[in-house]
Design a protein around this ligand. Structure first.
Ligand code: GSH
Length: 216
């Protein structure tokens, strides 16, 4: 296999998807973190959208987390996507949904006023409810086992649990399926190592510095 280098920002939920895939499959790789506020020129040269993650595969570049994840899965056995075309398409569709959900989490969390927070919370909560209703597995999104959808849902559960634990929100209190997926995976090495060891403190400090409504 060609050498793999993941270009990363260590708090990014989209990067985390690929880290989870790489770590769960125990694939050798290097991680290079960049400063998103001061993107290096070499990064801008290789990243068409100026976003992380990017994956260097030998001398080739891949971008977009869902594409990177499919490549990583396909080249290492392909067991993180169902073989059945309809099932596979459904997982891909829910992966797309989780990208919107991730943006909604971010937008809500970064709200600076109560009005913005309340408005965005409605949107996030509605989407989270919908995700919860569509989970068919006991400890995974799909009843066929761990899929690439789980690599996208875990960063959301982790960040939402952080809000519940630290800011006393209660997003997961009526979400037994999401809670169960979190219980099963969040403390496993492939999730713990997919973020910095001081992830919670870093996130809380980041939100405090950003003077968001939740930090008040
Ligand atoms: N659709 C992209 C989203 C990636 C993304 O939004 N990454 C953020 C960091 S979490 C980024 O690089 N932002 C830099 C910028 O927009 O300037 C993916 O799934 O890879």
């Amino acid at each position: 296999m060609k050498t793999l280098e993941l270009i990363s920002f260590d708090l990014c939920p989209f990067v985390q998807r690929s880290r989870i895939t790489l770590l769960k499959k125990q694939v050798d790789h290097k991680v290079t973190n960049i400063d998103l506020k001061n993107k290096p020129q070499w990064f801008l040269n290789i990243s068409p959208l100026g976003k992380v993650p990017c994956l260097k595969v030998g001398d080739d570049i891949l971008f977009e987390s869902s594409v990177i994840n499919e490549y990583l899965d396909e080249t290492t056995g392909g067991e993180f996507l169902p073989k059945d075309p309809l099932k596979k398409a459904q997982i891909r569709a829910w992966i797309e949904f989780t990208s919107t959900l991730t943006s909604s989490w971010y937008s809500m969390t970064m709200s600076k006023t109560k009005e913005d927070y309340d408005e965005r919370k409605e949107i996030f909560q509605g989407q989270l409810n919908r995700l919860e209703k569509n989970i068919t597995g006991d400890t995974t999104f799909d009843d066929s086992g761990f899929t690439l959808a789980d690599t996208c849902i875990l960063p959301i559960i982790q960040r939402t649990k952080l809000l519940d634990d630290h800011y006393k929100t209660s997003f997961l209190s009526d979400k037994p399926k999401l809670k169960n997926i979190g219980l099963e995976h969040l403390e496993k090495p492939y999730v713990l190592e997919s973020v910095p060891s001081d992830f919670s403190q870093r996130m809380v400090a980041f939100l405090f510095d950003a003077e968001v409504y939740l930090s008040r």
